[in-house]
Design a protein around this ligand. Structure first.
Ligand code: NAG
Ligand code: NAG
Length: 610
């Protein structure tokens, strides 16, 4: 009813504000996409100046509920005549508080490329992206129930202008439609509901519609995501992403039966999601994935020259309301993301999460710059909260500057490039050719060439050399942690193969999994060797070296136990021993494995904090 009142109010206002009454929308086509948890509305607006004064701004309006969930708003138009496809040209959009319009509405103003004269018209698109706009109804469901959502909007485009003709279409997932508001001129085509055309509607006209429909898309919401992007001038950008994820759909109630789920996943847990896909940059390497207790079933990796895709499968299918925490980490070649311009270096990398159709309630991006960076500046394509921290390691002199960017309500549309500019004084302090730097540097000559170190540097200060060495030690330790994490992932895969074995009885598949794990572990052990040799030879690493050796030894011991357990179980299956018998035989091994795993995790954490 509030809207009728507003309408009345508005009728009065219109008389007093000639600027608004000058514009009319001669045509509005609105398309709302409800096929994922993220609601996207694209409106094609043809605005026409019916007055005589030049008009340069067009207002877009949102109800209170919409404004609260609006994550992204963009206006674009296509240059040139006709329906030339391709990406549009962006128009500036800013939030405004126009006088005399209902204060319950939120307004944005779009600046037109040039003023509209009398009788002129202009067509543009407005994309509005909303999160948390589909309400599960019922709110709680059992494993056997279907997941239904309610979406509410107005059949008429909410605008302060008079609209000559308009239509609305709503695209739903290809599933059951429980009900939808039927007005005159309402049609259902497959999974698309069409409203309109409606003609000659007064400003702020409103006609509520409700759509109630089934959706089994993954409602993956990161309550919080912390992305740490660490630059090492030795050739690597290390990205570590900590996810705190929830299934944001209908809460699941009652018992969950995994057996039921596995037997009939489409009927018993259709709304659960059991995998997530992350699209990582091409040439991403050293990728790992772990959850907080190392409780990971599988992850798969594939890619081409344009991207690397990581498929993550949590051990349990995620039901409504369930939470999981996990971390993914990957390295990227420095030369793909770090550039120079005007005597400054700058990082140019994407802001958001690489996960498909993920909503992030609170995103924190930390960019860790090399020690000695100064004159730091950030350029982001949308407003972010920003502050600076220092990451201190025990041999750092002043610590590494960390730029922290924070943004709430983040959607894939925010996955745009941002830049961090900085000056790096480090190399200018080094006045002697790098060739003179003794010892271990030769091991890294290849790495140095890779990242185009400026060879014209001269003069050396001993403290600076020590710092350079320390940077190098840190990079090596990062690589080492990465390898250990990949070993742990391989252990998890072996565990997964045993679970599969108990389910399917397929001994051959289990043996194949073992074979590939053996190869993997052997390769990782080979990769580890030069890193250890380097750390041993580096004087500045002496304090951590002992911890690192302990970590490597513990992992080795853990690895042996995991392999032994695997052999015991496979052997038991081949000899057709009873399940009880096998359980008894691996019980002591399992105990040792749990203890070792804890020790390895603790050491990893300790070393990672250095
Ligand atoms: C993995 O999670 C399950 C269920 O939460 C638990 O029973 C199991 O002990 C966990 N495994 C490890 C290695 O922590
Ligand atoms: C950042 O990288 C993207 C993709 O390579 C590129 O399109 C964009 O122009 C770059 N931005 C800057 C400021 O260099």
């Amino acid at each position: 009813m509030g809207f009728r009142f507003d309408l009345l109010l508005f009728a009065l206002v219109v008389l007093a504000t000639p600027v608004l009454s000058d514009l009319v929308l001669s045509k509005v086509d609105r398309r709302i996409d409800l096929t994922s948890q993220i609601v996207r509305s694209v409106s094609t607006l043809k605005v026409e100046n019916a007055g005589s004064e030049l008009v340069t701004e067009v207002l877009l309006s949102f109800s209170e509920h919409q404004a609260k969930n609006l994550a992204y708003l963009m206006a674009t138009y296509s240059e040139g005549k006709g329906k030339t496809k391709g990406s549009g040209v962006g128009l500036p959009v800013k939030e405004v508080n126009p006088k005399g319009l209902p204060s319950a509405l939120t307004f944005y103003s779009v600046t037109l490329p040039k003023g509209l004269g009398k009788g002129d018209s202009f067509t543009f698109n407005a994309l509005a992206v909303f999160t948390h706009s589909l309400r599960p109804f019922p709110e709680k469901i059992t494993q056997a129930d279907i997941q239904l959502f309610v979406f509410k909007d107005s059949a008429y485009f909410l605008t302060p202008y008079f609209v000559k003709v308009q239509s609305l279409s709503i695209k739903l997932p290809d599933a059951r439609i429980e009900s939808y508001t039927k007005l005159e001129n309402t049609k259902l085509h497959g999974s698309e509901i069409k409203y309109g055309p409606f003609e000659n509607l007064l400003s702020l006209s409103f006609s509520p519609i409700v759509v109630h429909f089934e959706s089994n898309q993954p409602f993956a919401v990161a309550k919080e995501l912390v992305r740490e992007i660490e630059i090492s001038h030795w050739g690597n950008v290390q990205v570590t992403e900590h996810y705190n994820l929830i299934h944001g759909g209908a809460e699941s109630k009652g018992e969950f039966s995994r057996l039921d789920y596995q037997a009939r996943p489409h009927l018993r847990g259709a709304s659960a999601f059991n995998q997530l896909v992350a699209k990582l940059p091409p040439r991403a390497h050293s990728i790992y994935y772990r959850d907080e207790i190392g409780n990971i079933s599988t992850s798969h990796l594939w890619g081409d020259s344009k991207k690397t895709e990581l498929l993550i499968e949590p051990r349990y299918p995620m039901m409504g309301g369930w939470r999981t925490k996990f971390t993914i980490g990957y390295g990227l070649p420095l030369k793909d993301f770090l550039f120079q311009s005007d005597g400054k270096r700058f990082l140019n990398i994407t802001f958001g999460s690489p996960m498909n159709e993920l909503v992030v309630d609170n995103l924190i991006v930390k960019v860790v710059l090399p020690e000695g960076s100064s004159d730091i500046a950030v350029s982001a394509p949308f407003p972010v909260t920003q502050w600076q921290e220092t990451k201190l390691s025990h041999l750092d002199i002043a610590g590494r500057p960390v730029i922290v960017l924070q943004k709430t309500n983040v959607v894939p549309e925010h996955n745009q490039f941002f830049q961090v500019f900085y000056k790096f004084s480090g190399f200018s302090m080094l006045r002697e050719p790098l060739m003179l730097i003794s010892g271990f540097f030769f091991l890294f000559v290849a790495g140095i060439m890779y990242m185009h170190v400026d060879m014209s540097i001269s003069k050396s200060s001993p403290s600076y050399l020590a710092k350079l060495q320390w940077d190098e030690v840190q990079t090596t330790i990062q690589q080492l942690i990465n390898i250990i994490n990949r070993c742990l992932t391989t252990h998890d895969k072996l565990e997964a193969s045993l679970r599969d074995l108990s389910r399917t009885g397929d001994v051959q598949a289990c043996k194949a999994a073992r074979k590939s794990a053996d190869v993997q572990l052997k390769e990782l052990s080979k990769e580890l060797k030069p890193l250890l040799t380097f750390l041993q030879s580096s004087s500045s690493a002496s304090q951590i070296y002992l911890k690192v050796v302990e970590l490597v030894a513990k992992e080795k011991e853990l690895q042996e136990k995991v392999l032994a357990k695997h052999s015991t179980v496979v052997d038991g299956y081949e000899k057709k021993s009873g399940a009880r018998d096998i359980e008894n035989r691996i019980a002591p091994q399992q105990q040792k494995i749990t203890t070792l795993r804890q020790e390895v995790d603790n050491l990893l954490e300790l070393i990672d904090e250095i």
